[in-house]
Design a protein around this ligand. Structure first.
Ligand SMILES: [Zn+2]
Ligand SMILES: [Zn+2]
Ligand SMILES: [Zn+2]
Length: 166
């Protein structure tokens, strides 16, 4: 996205959730979608594995993702994903939601990694949320469908539920 003030390209400062113009030093907050994703108005070189439209550079909090404006899925690098989930869960307070059971149909779907084009690994996410996600180990990328990220964030932690009861 270019600076609305002077037209120079803007950058996201590390650890920040706003765009800063290096030229005129003005700061802009990107507009957020309903699911809390802030679009940076910059198209990536990757395509959505479901819709085949280009993914957009976006921010959730101060974490970078690639976002599909059509299906609202997110492509998130694995290390960012771990920090992002921790960050969102910490902000969550006590508004936990019991997630619905996983959808076995989702497990059968096969999509291709937007980076290396190989089939992604579709599996149960090891954390809370009853979510099935797609990942590519080679590229360290996770794909999350619309709503899956917030389901993980809002679900109570499994490790508490499943603690041994003897
Ligand atoms: Zn500027
Ligand atoms: Zn899409
Ligand atoms: Zn890949």
């Amino acid at each position: 996205m270019n600076c609305p003030n002077c037209g120079a390209p803007m950058r996201v400062r590390d650890g920040d959730d706003c765009l800063a113009c290096e030229y005129c030093k003005s700061v802009h907050l990107p507009e957020k979608s309903k699911d809390g994703v802030a679009l940076l108005r910059e198209t990536s070189n990757f395509q959505c594995p479901l819709c085949a439209v280009p993914l957009e550079h976006a921010l959730i909090g101060r974490y970078r993702t690639l976002y599909c404006i059509r299906c609202h899925g997110n492509l998130i690098s694995m290390p960012v994903f771990v920090s992002l989930v921790e960050h969102l869960r910490a902000q969550q307070g006590d508004a936990w939601e019991i997630p619905p059971p996983p959808d076995p149909q989702r497990l059968r779907r096969r999509i291709h990694c937007p980076q290396c084009k190989q089939t992604m690994d579709t599996h149960y996410y090891c954390g809370p949320g009853n979510v099935i996600i797609d990942d590519c180990d080679r590229c360290e990328l996770n794909w999350l469908d619309n709503g899956e990220l917030m389901r993980i964030v809002r679900a109570p932690d499994h490790s508490l539920e499943n603690s041994p009861s003897w």
